[in-house]
Design a protein around this ligand. Structure first.
Ligand code: 25A
Ligand code: L14
Length: 340
């Protein structure tokens, strides 16, 4: 019997995340009958290769979702706020990569390895939200620890790649690096400060409580995905001059005491997680190694000697893949397999 195939739209198809989505649909042999690649006037008319064929990028407009079954959105919050509703009204199930619907109680916020059961809630609004990239890689590691020992509090600092902001930010980092090395003035268009040879403790905008929006996404989304509002989470999100893959230093206070070797064993069996932890030979997860990979990598696992039940670790994942496009395609795979 021929397997069922689906009509798919990628919104923001020429962006950093959208490009990766199309690639991953192809790599994982997602059952696609038709693919619409949608973007703004800047790239409508250009073409993108999918399964050895050139597909023309079309302009996103109100009628783009007729007969589309699944829409993968990654063109920014403003585009999603408008077009996700239009798509859902037309019967297209939206997997949205932006911040627009993540905390909507009627919209499930899903990491397939962690809370696949939540996908069933898509029927309420026709939308499933993909969490923030920094949240996804952190909960991939927190969840197995939470199940084994409970979690009281998490303190995280991120070291985030520029590709999270989109292609223009990657260009800005490369241009600034070249300019500084050539004794030229580095031009800043995307970020408020020079990012080349720098670290910037601001990702997204500041909120009234003096945290950035990115930091508060990590707090709120972690609780929603783990379905526990009592977990304390506090975050500092930092941009570093890295093109791809986010790194995170995470301190976890558990309910039950875990030794470092307990944690190593728990994480070794966790789906989608790879432990790289051999300090004697300088082996630990690195952004440049995680890029292009699907797993979330964890290392530097050690006990926090300043408290009774604390663990420190270092988490790295490709922000465009597990942090965005791969997670979205995994959600679409479950939709196709179990719901459509
Ligand atoms: O609005 P927000 O929420 O603040 O989001 C801002 C940015 O976040 C990225 C994405 O950048 C977005 O623009 N983003 C989105 N989801 C993300 C996620 N989950 C995410 N980042 C991390 N995690 P991007 O450059 O990666 O992708 C932009 C894509 O969206 C299309 N798009 C934008 N506005 C649209 C739209 N499509 C339809 N209607 C609209 N109104 C966009 O298509 C792209 O596919 P494009 O045609 O506008 O861009 C094509 C090429 O143009 C370059 N470019 C981008 N911005 C500019 C630009 N060139 C000149 N000037 C610019 N201002 C890009 O390099 C792109 O290749
Ligand atoms: O909310 O600039 O998904 O790195 C992810 C990455 C917003 C911005 C999100 C960045 C974003 C972001």
């Amino acid at each position: 019997m021929k397997r069922k195939e689906y009509s798919i739209a990628v919104v923001g198809a020429t962006g950093a995340v959208g490009t990766e989505m199309t690639k991953i649909l192809e790599e994982r042999d997602f059952p696609v009958s038709r693919i619409s690649l949608l973007a703004s006037t800047r790239s409508a008319g250009s073409s993108v290769e999918f399964r050895n064929r050139d597909v023309t990028v079309e302009l996103l407009f109100e009628d783009s979702f007729e007969e589309v079954e699944i829409g993968l959105f990654s063109a920014g919050g403003a585009v999603s706020e408008k077009f996700a509703l239009i798509a859902a009204d037309a019967g297209c199930i939206v997997v949205d990569n932006t911040n627009a619907f993540r905390m909507d109680p009627q919209v499930p916020l899903v990491v397939p390895e962690i809370n696949p059961h939540a996908i069933a809630q898509y029927k309420k609004r026709g939308i499933i939200a993909n969490p923030n990239c920094s949240t996804i890689q952190m909960v991939m590691v927190l969840k197995p620890i939470y199940d084994a020992a409970g979690i009281r509090r998490v303190v995280v600092s991120t070291y985030q790649a520029v590709s999270g902001t989109g292609k223009k930010a990657v260009d800005e980092l490369l241009d600034q690096t070249r300019d500084v090395l050539n004794f030229q003035t580095a031009e800043c268009n995307v970020y408020p400060h020079q990012i080349a040879f720098n670290c910037m403790p601001q990702i997204d905008v500041f909120m009234e409580n003096a945290y950035t929006k990115e930091e508060m996404k990590m707090v709120n989304e972690t609780r929603k995905i783990l379905e526990d509002d009592l977990i304390g989470v506090t975050a500092t999100a930092v941009r570093v001059p890295v093109c791809c893959s986010h790194s995170e230093s995470v301190n976890i206070e558990t309910e039950k005491k875990l030794t470092a070797s307990d944690v190593r064993e728990i994480l070794s069996g966790a789906p989608g997680v790879t432990v790289i932890d051999d300090p004697a030979s300088s082996k630990y997860p690195l952004a440049i190694d995680a890029s292009g990979k699907d797993d979330t990598f964890v290392g530097r696992i050690r006990e926090d000697e300043s408290i009774e039940k604390g663990i420190n670790l270092w988490i790295v994942a490709d922000n465009l893949r597990k942090g965005a496009a791969l997670n979205a395609v995994q959600i679409a795979e479950i939709l196709a397999r179990e719901y459509l």
